[in-house]
Design a protein around this ligand. Structure first.
Ligand SMILES: [Zn+2]
Length: 281
């Protein structure tokens, strides 16, 4: 699933590519991805100009000129790929095109999604704050205002939670999923099953540093193209060679040479090094 570095990469690219453009037409191949009637959706979207592209957690927010905001969640396998006028989308990228937005200059934005869990919602812009309040999303980890004190305070609310699950819960911190929670915990030397109440102050500090460091580096390299992620130009992110544990089960730990292991945790899997991330130390 695209996480903060991937979604933010797409956001900043789209900001340069489509802000100021007017939507002249929209093709909808999979109506259930649109969370309102197609008639209403078309009526609001067609003719509107895109004024801004924002992001909250893993949700992209297209600010439209008519007082509406279009929210797009890519969920597990969604992609948003931009093509200039005359530029063609490769067949393999075009296979699951569920929505195509056409702009007045002949460029297009393709929203495709193999697993079809993603969505498009329209919300009146002045009701956005209420919408996000209901979603109860945790703070944005890369913002300067997110400090170690904040992180410690959030940890204290869930003493019994396991750290891996805690990091992935969007109500605690926004934007971290399976890939980066594994990488953050490897950086911190913390086993994914450790209970929050049992973390030593040193480990809490290192986990916080890992959040800032890993997410910043991954964003710089435009994210990780594991699974199906491509950026808004249809290119892969470059962070995969930097991954230390995620997706490396059975491979050698880059720090100690031992074998990376995988375990199941609440329906997801965690990748870790049993010697660098001990259960109790
Ligand atoms: Zn190791």
């Amino acid at each position: 699933m695209p996480e903060l570095p991937e979604v933010e990469t797409i956001r900043s690219q789209l900001e340069k590519l489509i802000v100021g453009k007017k939507i002249t037409k929209v093709d909808v191949g999979l109506p259930r991805m649109v969370k309102l009637s197609l008639d209403k959706f078309r009526k609001i979207v067609v003719g509107a100009k895109i004024e801004s592209i924002g992001r909250r957690a893993k949700i992209l927010i297209f600010g439209l000129s008519n007082g509406w905001s279009m929210l797009i969640h890519l969920k597990l396998s969604g992609r948003l790929i931009f093509r200039k006028k005359g530029e063609i989308l490769k067949d393999e990228d075009a296979k699951w095109n569920h929505l195509i937005y056409y702009f007045q200059d002949g460029s297009r934005l393709f929203h495709n999604d193999l697993r079809q869990f993603g969505y498009v919602k329209l919300i009146e812009t002045d009701k956005l704050a209420d919408f996000f309040k209901k979603e109860k999303l945790g703070p944005e980890p890369l913002k300067k205002y997110f400090t170690f004190e904040d992180f410690s305070a959030i940890l204290k609310r869930k003493p019994k939670a396991k750290i891996k699950q805690f990091l992935m819960d969007q109500q605690n911190i926004s934007g971290i999923g399976n890939i980066y929670s594994d990488e953050i915990l490897f950086f911190a030397g913390v086993h994914p099953l450790r209970k929050i109440s049992e973390l030593k102050p040193k480990e809490t500090k290192k986990t916080f540093q890992g959040i800032k460091k890993i997410l910043t580096e991954a964003l710089k390299l435009q994210g990780s193209s594991v699974d199906l992620y491509l950026n808004a130009l249809g290119k892969e992110g470059e962070y995969v060679p930097r991954l230390k544990v995620y997706g490396r089960e059975g491979e050698k730990c880059k720090k100690c040479g031992g074998a990376i292991q995988r375990l199941k945790i609440g329906g997801r899997s965690a990748h870790y090094c049993p010697s660098c991330q001990k259960v109790l130390n």
